[in-house]
Design a protein around this ligand. Structure first.
Ligand SMILES: [Zn+2]
Length: 401
C-alpha cells in the first residue's frame, strides 16, 4: 500500500540520439531529478562513398496528414443533476448515489485506506496517495484523496475519469467486426531499448510480439493490421495516420521498457492518454499542460477500460510484477487517435532477469495469448480456451540465443 515511486521514472527507449522521437513514443527510465542525458548522443558514423550513387527518381510519397493539433479543453458541459459539481466528492456520497455500501476503512494502522465495494469489484484508495487499486490491480489517480471536514473525499475528475469507467465496465455492448491496429514500437534506426541479456533491440521484440498477437486474433475473423511489418523507421504521426486510414476500432502500441543504467526496475506498465484537466502520472520532462485536450481524449473512458483489461491480463505472465496503469499526456502515438488507444510496456529490457524472459519466445507467446484472450473476452466472443488453435506465429526475426 505504500506509495510506490512510479513517478520517478523518466524513460528513454534505447539510443539517446533518438531521444526526441522516443520521448514521444514511450518507454525507459532514469531518475526524474536528472535531466535527459544528451551527453550520450552518438556521433554519426562516417560514410565513405567510393562512387556517385545513381540518381533514381523518387517515387512521390503523399505527405502524411498531420495529427490534429491539440486544443484548449472546452469549458465543462452543463452538469446533469445526478452528477457531482463539487471539486472534492465525499466517498460516502459517491457510494450512496451509486447504491453501493458505505466506504469502509480497511487499514488497521495509522494510514487511512478505504474500500468501496461496487457491483463488479472493489475500489481501494489511500488518503494522501495517488496509488489506488481496482480488484487488486494498481492504477494511479490524478489527485491524492483528501480528508475534508472529517470525510474522505476523491477529486471530481477521478470520479469521472477513473471510478466511473471502472465500476461501469463491462458495458454489455458486444463489439464485432473489429479492426485493430497493432503498433510494434520503434523500427529501423529507431532501435528502442537494448536488452541487458543479449543486446537485442526492443524494435525486434515489439515486431515479434505484434506478429504473434496478429496470428492469434485473425483467426477470430477480425481485421488485424500492423503499422509496420518489417524493420522500418516509421514516424509516430504515420502510425496515427495508418490507424485513421484503416478506421481502426482500437489502437494498441507495444513496447518494452528500459531504465538503463539502472538495472533494478522491473515490471509491467500500461499507459493511456491523460484526461484534460488532470495531471499526468509520467511527464518525462515535458511540460504537462493539463489545459490541453487531444482527439483521443474523447475516448478517456474506453482508454482506461482497455488499459485495465489488458494490464490485468499481462500481469498473469510475469508473476504480477505490477507497476500500474498510468496516464501520460506526451505520448504522440496516442494523442491524435480517434479511437481507444493503449500503450503496453511488456517488461524491462534493462533488467537482466526480465530481459532474459523477453528473449524467450515462450514468454512473448504468453504475452500475446493473454492480450488476445483479454480482447476476445471483452468482445463477448469465445475465449482462447475454447477457440480453435491459433495459426502458428510467423517465423521470428528475433534471435533467441
Ligand atoms: Zn519503446
Amino acid at each position: 500500500m505504500a506509495l510506490v515511486s512510479h513517478n520517478k521514472g523518466v524513460s528513454y527507449c534505447g539510443r539517446a540520439f533518438l531521444f526526441l522521437c522516443l520521448a514521444l513514443a514511450g518507454c525507459s527510465t532514469a531518475s526524474r531529478e536528472r535531466p535527459p542525458d544528451f551527453t550520450l548522443v552518438s556521433e554519426p558514423e562516417q560514410v565513405v562513398v567510393t562512387e556517385p550513387a545513381p540518381i533514381v527518381a523518387a517515387k512521390p510519397v503523399p505527405a502524411p496528414t498531420p495529427p490534429p493539433a491539440p486544443v484548449l479543453a472546452p469549458p465543462p458541459a452543463p452538469t446533469p443533476t445526478n452528477r457531482f459539481t463539487e471539486t472534492w466528492v465525499p466517498l460516502e456520497r459517491w457510494s450512496q448515489v451509486n447504491s453501493f455500501a458505505a466506504p469502509r476503512r480497511v487499514s488497521a494502522d495509522a494510514s487511512q485506506v478505504y474500500a468501496i465495494t461496487a457491483s463488479n469489484g472493489t475500489m481501494t484508495v489511500k488518503i494522501g496517495s495517488q496509488t489506488a487499486h481496482w480488484n487488486g490491480l494498481e492504477y494511479l489517480l490524478g489527485f491524492a484523496p483528501q480528508i475534508i471536514n472529517g470525510r474522505p473525499c476523491i477529486h471530481n475528475l477521478d470520479v469521472r475519469k477513473n471510478f466511473e469507467p471502472l465500476v461501469t465496465y463491462p458495458s454489455g455492448v458486444v463489439k464485432s467486426n473489429r479492426v485493430i491496429v497493432i503498433d510494434p514500437g520503434h523500427g529501423g534506426m529507431d532501435t528502442g531499448a537494448k536488452s541487458a541479456y543479449n543486446n537485442q533491440f526492443e524494435k525486434d521484440y515489439t515486431l515479434d510480439l505484434a506478429r504473434r498477437l496478429q496470428a492469434l486474433l485473425v483467426t477470430n475473423g477480425w481485421t488485424i493490421l500492423l503499422t509496420r511489418t518489417n524493420d522500418l523507421n516509421l514516424a509516430l504521426s504515420n502510425r496515427v495516420v495508418f490507424a485513421e486510414q484503416h478506421k481502426a476500432d482500437l489502437f494498441l502500441s507495444l513496447h518494452f521498457n528500459s531504465s538503463s543504467p539502472d538495472h533494478a526496475q522491473a515490471g509491467l506498465e500500461t499507459y493511456c492518454l491523460t484526461p484534460a484537466g488532470m495531471p499526468s502520472n509520467l511527464t518525462r520532462g515535458f511540460h504537462d499542460n493539463a489545459g490541453l485536450s487531444f482527439p483521443n481524449n474523447k475516448f478517456d473512458v474506453e482508454n482506461l477500460q482497455y488499459a485495465v483489461l489488458l494490464h490485468r491480463a499481462v500481469l498473469k505472465v510475469n508473476g504480477f510484477q505490477d507497476r500500474g496503469v498510468r496516464r501520460a499526456r506526451f505520448l504522440g502515438v496516442l494523442q491524435g487517435q480517434n479511437r481507444p488507444a493503449v500503450l503496453v510496456e511488456g517488461g524491462y529490457l534493462s533488467n537482466p532477469k526480465e530481459a532474459r524472459q523477453i528473449a524467450d519466445p515462450a514468454y512473448r507467446q504468453k504475452l500475446a495469448e493473454t492480450l488476445a484472450g483479454a480482447l476476445l473476452q471483452d468482445s463477448g466472443t469465445v475465449s482462447l480456451a475454447t477457440h480453435p488453435p491459433a495459426a502458428t506465429p510467423p517465423a521470428s526475426e528475433v534471435k533467441t540465443n
